[in-house]
Design a binder for this molecule. Structure first.
Ligand code: BMA
Length: 330
């Protein structure tokens, strides 16, 4: 893959280094009989020494499938022979996820792996759904149901309870097709409420259309490190998706205490500009290694799966003290 020759790299924060062999997965990586066209925005986690991705894929006729891919080094992934069995026999799932299910995020929580993802139905609505498994040894997941009202997406589960509640990031869909990043709480992972805005487009100079979760938040001494997405409408109908980073207060996660003022990953490579949606980089998984290095798993142009590298120290240092003027009052 070559760079767009005229694309200047003046506003890359130089915090994130792309893998030179990107993309790491394409539709051709999957069994030919499955007819996979795209793989992107996949969730990722580490189980012992193995890396596991729950891949967001689409077939040639644009039907969705989640597919596990495994790796020994976090870079070279091998997809399984079959996709994950989704609850398509459940009439509710069939009805309200009949157009699409997408953007899986994997969170290890209380001894199980949770996959929180978005669904789209022919009614035009989106909502959040939740799968659980205790092992990736097989392709069976338990479906816990829809865990939001219509009009919610980008549900990203925190890896532990805070103040006795489960916590997630979510992004309500507003009528003007924008959205801000909220924090919601739940007693049981199923019913969610007490929502408070954590970060608004107003807080970001580079994303005036939408801001929402990306990878599941990472606990650090300085707060919850949150690698999120921000969107701006560059020209009408051309949305630029970038990746940002901020820190949330450990006890009050709705309060963003620090923010990196610029995106940490911005579409620059050909595989981030040419695909289904131009100018999109979208992170759904981040893996922190014992030495503090970080692997960021991201989709390029809604078409291919990529990885980039950074460190926890660099991400933390990039975050400066911040107080939102539009989100939840302190
Ligand atoms: C968002 C999500 C992402 C996608 C992005 C860009 O709303 O649907 O899956 O990468 O749009 O098209």
């Amino acid at each position: 893959m070559t760079d767009l020759p005229y694309f200047p790299d003046y506003h890359d924060a130089d915090l994130v280094r792309r893998f030179e062999g990107n993309p790491i997965l394409t539709g051709r990586s999957f069994p030919k009989s499955a007819g996979i066209a795209h793989v992107f925005n996949s969730g990722a986690c580490k189980v012992g020494n193995k890396y596991v991705m729950v891949c967001r894929t689409e077939t040639l006729d644009l039907r969705p499938a989640f597919w596990i891919a495994e790796s020994d080094d976090g870079v070279r992934f091998t997809p399984r022979a079959e996709p994950i069995r989704m609850p398509i026999d459940d009439p509710m799932f069939r009805r309200y996820a009949d157009i699409n299910y997408y953007d899986p995020r994997i969170t290890w929580l209380e001894g199980a792996w949770y996959v929180m993802h978005a669904c789209h139905s022919r009614l035009g609505d989106c909502r959040i759904s939740l799968l659980r498994t205790t092992s990736f040894d097989n392709d069976d997941f338990e479906w816990l149901g829809f865990v939001s009202d219509p009009g919610q997406r980008n549900g990203v589960l925190f890896p532990e309870k805070i103040g006795g509640h489960y916590v997630r990031l979510d992004r309500p869909q507003t009528s003007w097709e924008g959205g801000n990043m909220w924090v919601s709480r739940s007693p049981d992972l199923i019913h969610w409420g007490q929502s408070r805005a954590a970060l608004a487009t107003d807080d970001l100079s580079w994303a005036w259309t939408k801001v929402g979760g990306g990878a599941p938040p990472i606990r650090t001494d300085r707060g919850w490190l949150n690698i999120f997405h921000g969107v701006r409408t560059q020209v009408k109908a051309h949305l630029v998706y970038e990746v940002g980073v901020c820190l949330h207060d450990l006890e009050r996660p709705e309060v963003v205490t620090h923010l990196c003022r610029q995106p940490i990953l911005t579409p620059m490579k050909l595989y981030e500009h040419v695909g289904q949606s131009p100018s999109v980089v979208f992170v759904c998984g981040a893996i922190v290694e014992p030495d503090g290095s970080v692997k960021l798993y991201y989709g390029g142009a809604d078409a291919v799966q990529c990885v980039a590298f950074t460190t926890l120290a660099e991400l933390l240092d990039a975050c400066e003290p911040f107080e939102s003027t539009t989100a939840v009052p302190r």
